[in-house]
Write a protein that binds this ligand. Structure first.
Ligand code: NAD
Ligand code: IPM
Ligand code: MN
Length: 349
């Protein structure tokens, strides 16, 4: 019978709390299919850095390469925590993993579940997926500082966009759009101002569109995209966009679909040359960490994306159905602890 070998990086803050529930649900979902689940925990994140001075060594990356997939919780220190340089763990662990393992498709589905209170008065049927580029853009650390600390300081953060990198993620967006009933792709950029990268994206979308005659394509500048994500989010089907725009609009997408506690994601290497990594969109939430207040649903839905990626679509669908049923029955007046939500979803399986 089949087996699945997963590396778990629980991380900091609420990361370990929500990941424990995702693992609980994964165990239940695989056991009922007779799939053997092997879990290996990796102690990485802020505590590991404070204890060892290490963020992510090459040896650890090599070890991670040996697993089928990675389940990631969250990392990052609380604002004002001066024991860790700001953003160090995020860049040297999370982004380093995305880059090293070539997670070029950062897949972030947004769906308004029945029973969820959207902050929008009339949200409509929201069901879209953001294909966020994951290995390039302003995230690559290509910049520098001149005359630091002087009134003449100049700081640059140069966005890197390669024809290869843009084309592969754009093509992934078209493939996904082509498989969905509405077959609609919106690409989001800011090519009225960011002419160099923006026009590479524009030309690439136009070229790849020729391969997908059934997909309807439209374009929005990112600022206008934030308008429609609030006024008419149901219009979207597949959105393809660059790394930073995708980061920003997926927090907004999470907010309009009931909150960051529900938003799942996959950092996917579509060529399968390295394991993909699945994680909630949210961060370590230091404001609620250690109190069993975090919603583990985003982590659980990320585990479902993991199973789907590994070819266990039926188990993934069962998790999604159990989550949808759990959400539909939630009572906003009596919030359950993190582990109770995981228990309920696992029991429904
Ligand atoms: P955050 O997502 O951690 O928190 C934003 C708000 O959402 C907070 O009020 C938090 O309590 C709430 N929240 C988040 N997840 C929740 C959940 N599962 N259930 C209920 N409420 C939840 O974002 P932030 O405050 O900007 O960042 C905190 C730290 O996390 C920073 O160090 C940041 O760099 C890091 N971060 C890490 C990741 C990641 O590991 N993927 C993602 C985003 C931010
Ligand atoms: C996310 C996070 C990360 C990002 C940070 C923590 C590096 O915000 O996963 O959305 O910007 O990609
Ligand atoms: Mn983000």
């Amino acid at each position: 019978s089949a087996s699945i070998d997963i590396a778990v990086i629980a991380g900091d803050g609420i990361g370990p709390e929500v990941t424990a529930e995702a693992v609980k649900v994964l165990k239940e979902a695989t056991a009922s299919d007779g799939v053997e689940l092997k879990i290996t925990d990796y102690e990485l994140g802020a505590a590991h850095w404070l204890a060892t001075g290490e963020t992510l060594t090459d040896a650890t990356i090599d070890a991670l390469r040996g697993h089928d997939a990675i389940l990631f919780g969250a990392v990052g220190a609380a604002p004002g925590d001066t024991s860790i340089p700001s953003g160090l763990i995020e860049r040297e662990l999370l982004l380093k993993l995305r880059f090293s393992l070539d997670h070029y498709v950062n897949l972030r589905p947004s769906r308004l579940y029945r029973g969820v209170a959207s902050p929008l008065a009339d949200p409509g049927a929201i069901d879209f997926v953001v294909v966020r580029e994951g290995t390039e853009g302003p995230y690559v650390g290509n910049g520098g500082v001149l005359r630091k600390g002087t009134p003449q300081e100049i700081a640059t953060e140069v966005s890197v966009n390669t024809a290869f990198g843009v084309e592969r993620v754009v093509r992934d967006g078209f493939r996904r759009a082509n498989e969905r009933p509405r077959k609609k792709l919106t690409y989001v950029h800011k090519h009225n101002v960011l002419v160099h990268a923006g026009h590479l994206w524009k030309r690439t979308v136009e070229a790849v569109a020729a391969e997908f005659p059934d997909v309807a394509v439209d374009y929005l500048h990112v600022d206008a995209a934030t308008i429609f994500l609030v006024t008419d989010p149901a219009r979207f089907d597949v959105i393809v966009t660059d790394n930073l725009f995708g980061d920003i609009i997926t927090d907004l997408a999470a907010a309009v679909t009931g909150g960051i506690g529900l938003a799942a994601s996959g950092n996917i290497n579509m060529d399968r040359t390295a394991p993909s990594m699945f994680e909630p969109v949210h961060g370590s939430a230091p404001d609620i960490a250690g109190q069993q207040k975090a919603d583990p649903t985003a982590a659980i839905l990320s585990a479902a994306l993991l199973l789907e990626h590994l070819g266990h679509g039926a188990a993934a669908a069962r998790i999604e159905a159990a989550v949808a049923a759990d959400i539909a029955g939630r009572n906003p007046a009596s919030a359950r602890p993190t582990s109770a939500i995981g228990d309920a979803i696992a029991a429904a399986l």
